[in-house]
Design a protein around this ligand. Sequence first.
Ligand SMILES: Cc1ncc(COP(=O)(O)O)c(C=O)c1O
Length: 423
Amino acid sequence: MSGSNSVDRDLRRRAEAVIPGGMYGHQSVALLPDDYPQFFASGEGAWITDVDGRRYLDFMCAYGPSLFGYAHPGIDAAYARRLGQGDVLTGPSPLMVELAEAMVAMVSHADWAMFCKNGTDATTMAMMAARAQTGRKTIVLARGAYHGAAPWCTPRPGGTTAEDRANQVFCAYNDIASLEAAVASAGDDLAAIFAAPFRHDAFVDQAAPDPAYARRARDLADERGAMLVVDDVRAGFRVVRDCSWEAIGVRPDLSTWGKCIANGHPISALLGNDRARSGAASIYVTGSFWYAGAAMAAGLETLKLVRETDYLERIQTLGERLRAGLADRASAAGFGFRQTGPATMPLFLFDDDPDLRKGFCWSSAMLAHGVYVHPWHNMFLCAAMNDADIDFALDAAEQSFQTLKMQAHDLPPVEKLAFLAAR
Ligand SMILES: Cc1ncc(COP(=O)(O)O)c(C=O)c1O
């Protein structure tokens, strides 16, 4: 693989001049190893090519949206067909009703759907709909859970005010006593309990939802006449072909969706049951591009593949093969290597690695071998991956563990992650 990254470096330099900070948000590589490219030229199937022409097997899948692979011919053809008939019109096309029907048919708790563009739109609408429905203000959230980047939920405080975060109470995920205490502190003002389908916070091990915690959240919402919200923006359709908490038998009132529901075309959704319908109907939410037909056509095609193919079983099997192969190779090389989360959305962390210097070294080595992994965020498998890709990743991993073994004793601190030690 060529070592040059001159095109990326040049783009970064130009970006510094015309884009604040050079890049922003979750796709900024500021907190990744220095050799990670910022800019990409193309994606096809499970592979991406950076602007310097290097190809990588991509375990980020655009941070989730690519469920069936980049540039999927069937999905993109549906998108392009609709584009040819007009995309953003003075009103929605019939596809909006068809897509709402398709989502409601797939997701057990849902009686209705509203569409928007980003996951943050959907989570913000969930909060508004819950408040409108209950006439109350307080929402209970798990500390550290990501629900988007609006002032009420963005993880960094810059540009927000304390008032933006008013009426929020935090609990610890999977901790029933802490959930009960948060709900109690809301008194008679509880509008909603928000929950991630499993703990998928950055920098820490992922954790499956404790069914007892999920059931308690449901019961507390019922006792208080509040709404239970599951934020499936990230995990949707990578756990089950339904709301993710269906797997543990707990149905929310509202669920939020985005990322992969149109395989990367821009659309997100708030789904709800009839208990939440009038609240949802009463809020004023909209956007110039929310009713665009092309992303809806892509969504319908994606949902068809979700319903009619064995994509989920395939990515689960591939994920389990990857997990087992990595575990063998890590232990053969003598590393404690934690793989958490569903096999379709793994997160890798090394033991005894507080500032992730081992994780950075191993991830950089993987990158050099043509595999794009993330050292501190959960990853994603997609249905365009196959056994040969997993073999390729495992070969890269074996060599990368050897690289790490040679360097592990004198790795420099990762200055950009020094804040982790202070947590
Ligand atoms: C669980 C969860 N909720 C909400 C969001 C926000 O989605 P978006 O970035 O599309 O606004 C994300 C994005 O990563 C997410 O993972």
